[in-house]
Design a binder for this molecule. Structure first.
Ligand SMILES: Nc1nc2c(c(=O)[nH]1)N[C@H]1C(S)=C(S)[C@@H](COP(=O)(O)OP(=O)(O)OC[C@H]3O[C@@H](n4cnc5c(=O)[nH]c(N)nc54)[C@H](O)[C@@H]3O)O[C@H]1N2
Ligand SMILES: Nc1nc2c(c(=O)[nH]1)N[C@H]1C(S)=C(S)[C@@H](COP(=O)(O)OP(=O)(O)OC[C@H]3O[C@@H](n4cnc5c(=O)[nH]c(N)nc54)[C@H](O)[C@@H]3O)O[C@H]1N2
Ligand code: SF4
Ligand SMILES: [Mo]
Length: 721
């Protein structure tokens, strides 16, 4: 390895902070500031800073494991791969291809996500593939497609935020979940703009706000409708914009008018004067934005909830204009790219639809198979996990730890245990890997090359900075080896190169002409340009990539030369001239308030919501293995208001049991006035007794199939010491 710094990106969240890695004397790498990357300008949170700790051999997997006599024991790679191929082949022979399922992750690079989707469809021939992104931003994606015809988390770069007039941040605690991004909001306020935070808790993010609205969990839909009602009542609708750039206003207006401010106050607990103040702050400046994160999205009405916030933007002319718009703050490292290249149940690469005959024909052509070889759409993540041991007999899992992170986790764990065969590829022995028949140890971010797409739609290059330890192989190599074992009679392994750049070259072709067009992006460009925003079609005579089909999604930010071979500049800002709908207009969707799937009652009188803390990441599989992070956030807790604590008779630090219709969890009380008295909060990063997802409700949004992680009914009990 060359003895210089390697510029790359953090392995964790969707901000994809830039960092430099330099070799250390003991053969590892150290994280060094990388000021040239515009998103974080060198700043990192503790997770990014300590990420090399997970590369150390003490905490990670370095040899394949196979189950033998009940225990996982070390095995050779050929033996482990043979076992997986046999397990999947047996299921397929006995029960048909749909009895094999694949579960992926939004942390996987674009190349891996692409390979995994292709592997499921043409090697296993199964329709049963989905991924953890379903639990993440699927409601915002569904609402974005419905309203704008295209889903890209942020339709503008983060650097636009300081120059807008007002941002409403709905259910995002970015001070803990993307700390370096806080800078953009601080600059917004320094420039005279205002920040409104909507969160049932006064979080570190809410503390930065000019106005904090603290609704009951699960009532954001009513809140947005109440604001829209006031926009209409106060004559703040941008009539010209509505008539020129939107469709469906009359129905949406009528639906909002049924939500009187006083009615909304009763549902949400946010007072009418607060609603009026929010409308004033949002409407007075020339530009404004609404950004949502998991708070409003992880609800059984998440799609309509995001739709209501989009309606507010459309009615006030705040979408598809410079410095104004709606955006979703995507979560995982490749949460954006992971949803574009085909690991989702209904999707083909380039954000194409699996049920679109033209898309099937095009992608099948790239893959060299007949279109009817591609299975149809499969089940969503929770529905797939719920079917394990039923009609699904074998599972290949890559990049997720559902034993900790899935809703109704005890049930999901029991379903996983009932499988005939489970194979897990991971970097550590996660709680789900512990249940596997075969575990494959894979390379990590600093040891491999690949691309991710951050929350802005900016495609980035992660570079290999260090050799992996012996005994570890990449996910791409796993797919290649399994294809060689399961599809050798057709030579299918040739379609699964081990080299990431080769996979990317095919991904470019497969995405060409689709909504998420990567065909004009090359590794060389990514290395030089600090990322490229999609869509980025290749020029007509561009290097061997299939010609671009005209697509309404495309808004060229800078003028590219369409006639020659000048590279397309990429698209930092979408929708400035038209939306990606057939007629170019954004769609209002009429939505109305509805209750959560589970409202409090006498037996379960308290609302539970869940989320994150700064020092732990997701299921904690990686970050619970880092000493510095663990001492900052050593275990689960139940955040509750002093009034609720007094009624229950628990003091700070005492164990409290939280009981829902799904199960019971116990964790120490954290008593604080920063939470609503009718609500308790638990982070979901830990397994075992304090596992928040033992409690959560798998009620699904009818459109996005997102589970209701953000609200369910519970009761609290004291626990004898
Ligand atoms: N430290 C850390 N950072 C992360 C992650 C991590 O696990 N740890 N994960 C990454 C991923 S994948 C994601 S998706 C993002 C998530 O990023 P965020 O969405 O910021 O994270 P959460 O903590 O899940 O939820 C945000 C807030 O929603 C609030 N909330 C709860 N219920 C409701 C409700 O009904 N309405 C509203 N308006 N708000 C509500 C919670 O109180 C919480 O403060 O973070 C990314 N970054
Ligand atoms: N109650 C509650 N539950 C939630 C949420 C919530 O807010 N509340 N949020 C949901 C959300 S938004 C998300 S995104 C999910 C996330 O939950 P999970 O899907 O469990 O996410 P991670 O913990 O990141 O799991 C990733 C796993 O893949 C491994 N891994 C990392 N990189 C690679 C790689 O390159 N290859 C392979 N093969 N493995 C790799 C990691 O070690 C880890 O074991 O949790 C969801 N669950
Ligand atoms: S904010 Fe996200 S990308 Fe940046 S260092 Fe922290 S975890 Fe990594
Ligand atoms: Mo997420």
């Amino acid at each position: 390895m060359p003895n210089i710094a390697t510029p790359t990106h953090c392995p964790y969240c969707a901000l994809q902070c830039g960092m430099n890695l330099t070799p250390t004397q003991d053969g590892g790498v150290a994280v060094v500031e990388r000021p040239d990357f515009p998103v974080n300008r060198g700043a990192l949170c503790g997770k990014g800073r300590t990420a090399p700790a997970v590369l150390a051999s003490g905490v990670r997997l370095t040899t394949p494991l196979v189950r033998s006599g009940g225990a996982l024991v070390a095995a050779s790679w050929p033996e482990a791969l043979d076992r997986i191929a046999e397990g999947l082949a047996r299921t397929r022979a006995e029960h048909g291809p749909d009895a094999c399922a694949v579960f992926g992750g939004g942390g996987l690079t674009n190349e891996k996500a692409y390979g995994l989707g292709k592997f499921a469809r043409i090697v296993l021939g199964t329709s049963q593939i989905d991924y953890n992104g379903r639990f993440c931003m699927s409601s915002a994606a569904a609402a974005g497609i419905r309203a704008f015809g295209l889903d890209r988390g942020l339709p503008f770069p983060l650097e636009d935020i300081p120059r807008t007039g007002c941002v409403i941040l709905v259910g995002s605690n970015l001070a803990e979940t993307m700390p370096p991004s806080l800078r953009f909001f601080q600059e917004l306020r320094d420039n005279g703009g205002t920040l409104i935070v909507v969160d049932p808790r006064r979080t570190r993010t809410a503390e930065q706000a000019d106005l904090h609205l603290a609704p009951r969990p699960g009532t954001d839909l009513a809140l947005a409708l109440g604001l829209l009602h006031l926009v209409v009542a106060e004559g703040r609708v941008d009539e010209e914009y509505v008539s020129e750039r939107t469709a469906g206003w009359e129905e949406a207006r009528a639906a909002a008018m049924a939500h009187w401010p006083e009615y909304v106050e009763r549902i949400t607990g946010v007072s009418v004067p607060e609603l009026r103040e929010a409308v004033r702050m949002f409407c007075e400046p020339e530009h404004a934005m609404v950004l949502t994160a998991r708070g409003p999205e992880q609800q059984s009405k998440g799609t309509d909830t995001v739709g209501a916030w989009i309606n507010l933007c459309l009615a006030t002319g705040r979408a598809g204009r410079p410095l104004s718009g709606y955006g979703c703050l995507t979560g995982q490292g490749n949460g954006q790219g992971g949803r574009e290249h085909g690991q989702k149940a209904d999707q083909l690469p380039g954000y194409r639809k699996l049920d679109d005959p033209a898309a099937r024909e095009y992608v099948a052509g790239v893959w060299g198979v007949a279109p009817d070889r591609l299975p149809g759409p499969g089940r969503s993540a929770y529905e797939l996990l719920d079917a394990l041991g039923g009609d699904i007999k074998s599972l290949l899992l890559m990049g997720s730890n559902p034993v900790v992170s899935a809703p109704r986790a005890a049930h999901v764990e029991e379903r996983i245990r009932s499988l005939d065969f489970l194979a897990v590829c991971d970097v550590v022995l996660s709680e789900t890997a512990e249940l596997a028949d075969v575990v494959l140890p894979v390379t990590q971010w600093a040891e491999e090359t690949g691309t991710t797409t951050n929350l802005e739609g900016r495609v980035l290059l992660r570079r290999r900075a260090i050799d992996p330890p012996p005994g570890v192989r990449s996910d791409l190599e796993v797919l290649h080896e399994l294809a060689a074992r399961l599809g050798a009679d057709e030579g299918l392994e040739k379609g699964f190169p081990v080299d990431a750049e080769e996979v990317f070259a095919e991904l470019r072709r497969a995405s060409a002409g689709g909504p998420a067009d990567y065909s004009g992006i090359t590794y060389e460009r990514l290395a030089e340009e600090n990322g490229v925003f999609w869509p980025c079609p290749s020029p007509p005579d561009g290097d061997g990539v299939t010609e671009h089909v005209d697509d309404p999604a495309r808004e060229d930010d800078a003028a590219g030369d369409e006639s020659g071979t000048v590279p397309h500049p990429g698209t930092p800002r979408l929708f400035l001239d038209r939306f990606a709908t057939p007629d170019g207009r954004a769609r209002f969707v009429p939505v109305a308030h509805r209750a959560a799937a589970e409202e409090p009652d006498e037996e379960y009188p308290v609302l539970l919501t869940t989320g994150r803390v700064v020092a732990q990441y997701q299921s904690g599989a990686q970050t619970r293995r880092v000493e510095e992070l663990n001492s900052a956030a050593p275990g689960p807790f139940v955040e509750l208001h002093p009034r609720l604590a007094a009624r229950l008779g628990v003091a700070e630090g005492e164990p409290v049991a939280v009981v829902s219709r799904r199960g019971r969890a116990v964790a120490p009380a954290r008593v604080t006035t920063t939470i609503r008295p009718d609500t308790v909060f638990m982070p979901f990063h830990w397994p075992g007794e304090g596992r928040a997802n033992t409690l959560t409700n798998p009620a699904l949004d009818p459109t996005s199939r997102m589970p209701e992680f953000k609200t369910c009914a519970v009761r609290l009990e004291t626990v004898g010491r």
